[in-house]
Design a protein around this ligand. Structure first.
Ligand code: ZN
Length: 191
């Protein structure tokens, strides 16, 4: 396992849509090694997720994990999840305002509208089909990560530039109110 450098906004590789991975390639040791390295890199950076495009690999693989994350103390827990070739489908028109940050966008956070209920279809790291419904705050995290595989960053979706803030100013001015919003969302959707 190894920690990989995380590309930063402005690097053209972050904007390259990722290619699907076939079953044989997924089983190969370079791709399995890439998945292990994504996990180690995400954990070292205290991210809630990481996409292969963020380490310069244009393949449709992203991972998520939230377990008492210091960067996102209000986030509901997400067990370690590997998504290969993920497809997300909104299950309702219900949306919520998410305050997002990104390991590829240093020291900036902003509000993005996300679907509150999505269907997820993907493979796991062994090529086994995975289908689930994800609701609430966690649905926003899935949408953020899968966006990376299409070459999109959260800043593309920020409709109100006045919501943009540094991490320090998020903590100072916005975290308390946003934590209450997350709690209301978790009460309504269960995550
Ligand atoms: Zn990101």
């Amino acid at each position: 396992m190894a920690c990989l450098p995380i590309l930063q906004i402005g690097d053209p590789a972050l904007r390259v849509p990722a290619e699907p991975v076939d079953a044989a390639t997924l089983a190969s040791s370079p791709i399995q090694q890439l998945i292990d390295n994504l996990i180690e890199t995400m954990r070292a950076a205290e991210g809630a997720g990481l996409a292969a495009t963020q380490v310069g690999q244009p393949v449709q693989i992203c991972i998520l994990e939230v377990d008492r994350n210091r960067r996102y103390p209000y986030k509901p827990r997400i067990p370690l999840t590997v998504l290969v070739n993920p497809v997300l489908t909104p299950l309702s028109s219900h949306t919520f305002s998410n305050y997002e940050g990104c390991l590829s966008v240093p020291n900036l956070r902003g509000r993005v509208e996300r679907y509150a209920e999505i269907g997820v279809e993907a493979w796991d790291r062994h090529g086994e089909p995975l289908a689930r419904t994800v609701r609430g705050y966690t649905a926003g995290t899935y949408q953020h990560e899968v966006d990376h595989l299409a070459g999109r960053l959260f800043v593309d979706h920020v409709t109100d530039p006045e919501s943009l803030c540094t991490w320090d100013n998020f903590t100072r001015f916005h975290q308390k109110g946003f934590t209450a919003e997350v709690e209301a969302l978790v009460d309504r959707f269960g995550s």
